[in-house]
Each structure stands twice: as C-alpha cells, then as structure tokens.
Design a protein around this ligand. Structure first.
Ligand SMILES: *[C@@H]1O[C@H](CO)[C@@H](O)[C@H](O)[C@H]1NC(C)=O
Ligand SMILES: *[C@@H]1O[C@H](CO)[C@@H](O)[C@H](O)[C@H]1NC(C)=O
Ligand SMILES: *[C@@H]1O[C@H](CO)[C@@H](O)[C@H](O)[C@H]1NC(C)=O
Ligand SMILES: *[C@@H]1O[C@H](CO)[C@@H](O)[C@H](O)[C@H]1NC(C)=O
Length: 362
C-alpha cells in the first residue's frame, strides 16, 4: 500500500486502502501469531456466580467429619477429586479405568470431573467417566481461559461433594505411575517429621512454586510493563507446573479470588511468546496466601529436555518400557512422582501391556 504514496491523485490510494482492509482482516489470522483472547463478559459472569456459590458453601476450615458418626458407624473416608482438563479425547481413559477399578481403597474414595472444550467433538468415554462432564467453555493456549477452566473444575468439585479433600488437576496426556491405593496413601499420609514441622493436622498442597527462573521478568511483563502492580509485585510473582494437587482449603482460596489477582491475570497478553498465565496464577496466589501450606513441588513428572514451543517432551511407543516408568517415578523430593506427562495417544496399547505388571504394582 505504501507504494501508492507517490500517486498524484489522493483518491486512488484511499480507495485501495479501503478495499484492501477487509482482505487484511481475512489474512491477518494466517500471518500473525495467534492473538490472545480476552474472556467474554457473559462467561466471566457465569463463572463469578459459580465461584461465589462454591466459596460460600465451603468455609475454608470446615473440618472433615470426625472418626465416628453419631450412629456409631465408621465414618466415610475423604476423597480425591480427579479433575481432567482436556481439549481432545481422553486418550488414556482405559488405563485410568484400571487405575480406578483396581484397588481395595478406591471404592467411594474418589470423584471424577471433566472439563472438555465444547468446540471440539469428543468421543464420550464410558465406564467411570460416564456423565462426569461439567459445564465447560472454550479454552485456548496463551490466554487466561486455562486458568478459568481449572477454577471451574475446582468450584464444581467443591460444590459437588464435601468429602472431596484433595483436588488433582490432570490432562488427557497424563498417565498414572502408581496404583490408586499408593496415590491415596501418599496424599493422606503425613510423616512424623511433617507433623513436627507444621504442628497442625492440616494437609499441604502439592504445587510447584519457583522464583528463580530466568524467564520470570518477561512473563511478568507479558501483559504490559507494570500492569500487575500493585496487587502482584515482581518479588511475589512465581512460576510452576499447571498440574497440581490442592487441598480443599486451597481450592477454596483459589475460587474465592474473584477480584484481587484474577483481575490482573485475566488481562490479555501483549506478548504471546511469554504468555502462559496458568503457569503463574496458581503458584503466585498460593505462595502469597499460604506458602508454608504448600510443598513447592509437583507430583506430576514432566520432561522439559529439548522442549519445543513451550511443549515438553512427548513420549512415544518405542520409548515405553518398565524402566521408563521406574525412572519417571524417581524424585528428589519427599514423595515419588504419582503421575507423568506427556504421552502420545498411541502409547495406550504398550501402557496397558505393562499396567498390571509395572504401573499398578508398587
Ligand atoms: C527426556 O527427554 C529426552 C528427549 O527430549 C530424552 O532423551 C530423555 O531420555 C528423557 N528423560 C527421561 C527421564 O525420560
Ligand atoms: C535430581 O537432582 C539432580 C541433581 O540436581 C538432577 O541431575 C536430576 O535430574 C534430578 N532428578 C529429578 C528426577 O528431577
Ligand atoms: C509387553 O510387555 C513386556 C514386558 O513387560 C514386553 O516384553 C513385551 O514386548 C510387551 N509387548 C508389547 C506388545 O508391547
Ligand atoms: C489388579 O492388579 C493385580 C495386580 O497388579 C492384577 O493381578 C489384577 O488382575 C488386577 N485386577 C483388575 C480388575 O484389573
């Protein structure tokens, strides 16, 4: 268009400009990187009313029912809420089916909730996943929609069952590395050392919280310079894996944040390359609210070696072996890893082959 600037009549460039504008709009999405999308007002209002109900119904310190009910029967055990956040089929549904079915502890000790992007056609998984879909909204990378979806899962699970005590966020690319019994014992067991250190009977959330990453400054300014102030000073900005296991108390804290941090984190990014809001919102919020109540590490193993475009290493069938599972379990922290990602969908068959002999054998 600039080439017309030497033309004698000003009308010609104006007309050309006018007619080329629609073309520009048509082509722009193909040329430019994806534009971050703000969350629409109706979606935001929907969520606010859900989150309000979830935090009103759930006082953060509501104690779990005591060991014996009035009738003298033994008390129902606390549950783990498994929250699946997906925008495709649940590729490993049949592996998870075994995970939930094969264990003496699993009966009555878990709930499943699925948030599936409604713009994607998904083959409904049967078995334990039947009717576990929650009202969902569109999710996109590089936008706060992934935070919103995780919060919707937490709120729905809080409202659904007061016995949900831990909330584990997973994706369709996650697999279990241990049996259900092992996972349950790991989460609900507290070591003597832990009790001595924290003194209370409160459980801690397993969420990665890091502050020393070199990427932090760009991530902090992804929505524009200083826009996070004053609610989030740079010194309090954190990063961590978006796959975490929260206690009920922290799940309530997350859905209760309707203005303070969310108001900043939901702003669309100006820099798409540094835009991973879901890796910052949860670690920052919980480190500000209750740093001591978090382990600062995650129980979901992920391999960032040679990551491409923000995606971690994706395991494929030739890499799968019992040894890989044993290796992925190993951790430098107090607990071994319980879950791992990412696995390509065609890993299902080799995974099922070693499920009984390796994965669910602890
Ligand atoms: C992590 O991924 C790299 C390839 O990107 C691979 O060479 C390495 O073996 C993987 N590590 C583990 C523990 O699987
Ligand atoms: C444990 O720490 C060592 C030394 O920092 C590191 O090389 C190794 O990769 C870590 N292992 C895991 C599973 O993170
Ligand atoms: C199944 O697993 C065993 C080891 O547990 C292995 O020897 C065998 O090759 C595997 N079969 C397939 C089809 O992956
Ligand atoms: C449960 O696991 C055990 C041992 O790993 C295995 O022998 C059994 O077949 C499994 N049962 C089911 C129903 O998957």
């Amino acid at each position: 268009m600039l080439t017309f600037s030497s033309s004698s009549s000003p009308l010609v460039p104006t007309l050309v400009l006018l007619f080329s504008l629609p073309l520009l709009f048509l082509l722009a999405p193909r040329i430019l990187p994806p534009r971050p999308v703000p969350i629409s007002l109706p979606d935001e209002l929907d969520d606010l009313s859900l989150f309000r109900r979830a935090s009103a119904d759930s006082p953060p310190h509501r104690p779990l029912p005591s060991a014996k009910s009035r009738l003298g029967s033994t008390n129902p055990k606390p549950k783990i809420a498994f929250l699946f956040l997906t925008n495709s089929d649940l590729h490993f549904a049949s592996l998870w089916e075994q995970f939930f079915s094969n264990g003496s502890k699993s009966i009555g000790r878990y709930n499943i909730y699925i948030h599936a992007d409604p713009t994607v056609k998904i083959n409904p998984p049967g078995g334990v996943f039947t009717d576990r879909f929650i009202p969902a909204k569109r999710t996109r990378r590089s936008s706060a929609t992934l935070i919103a979806a995780a919060r919707r899962l937490l709120a729905t699970a809080l409202l659904d069952d007061p016995r949900n005590a831990f909330f584990a966020l997973l994706s369709q690319h996650c697999i279990p590395l241990h049996s259900f019994d092992f996972v349950y014992n790991t989460l609900f067991h507290r070591s003597i050392a832990e009790l001595a250190q924290f003194g209370s009977l409160q459980y801690r959330s397993f969420i990665e919280i890091l502050s020393t990453e070199s990427i932090l400054w760009n991530r902090y300014n992804a929505r524009g310079k200083n826009v996070m102030l004053p609610e989030v000073p740079f010194e309090q900005f954190r990063v961590g894996s978006q796959f975490f296991i929260l206690t009920r108390r922290h799940a309530v804290a997350v859905v209760r944040d309707r203005r303070r941090l969310w108001r900043k984190f939901k702003l669309p990014c100006v820099s798409v390359n540094s835009c991973y809001p879901e890796e910052h919102y949860f670690p920052t919020l919980l480190s500000m609210e209750d740093s001591e109540g978090c382990t600062h590490y995650t129980l979901t193993r992920v391999n960032w070696t040679d990551s491409i475009d923000g995606h971690p290493h994706t395991y494929r069938p030739p890499e799968l072996s019992p040894d890989l599972i044993y290796k992925l379990r190993q951790s430098n922290f107090t607990h071994p890893y319980l879950f791992a990602r990412k696995f390509s969908p065609d890993c299902l068959t080799p995974l099922l082959n070693i499920s009984d002999s390796v994965i669910f054998r602890d």
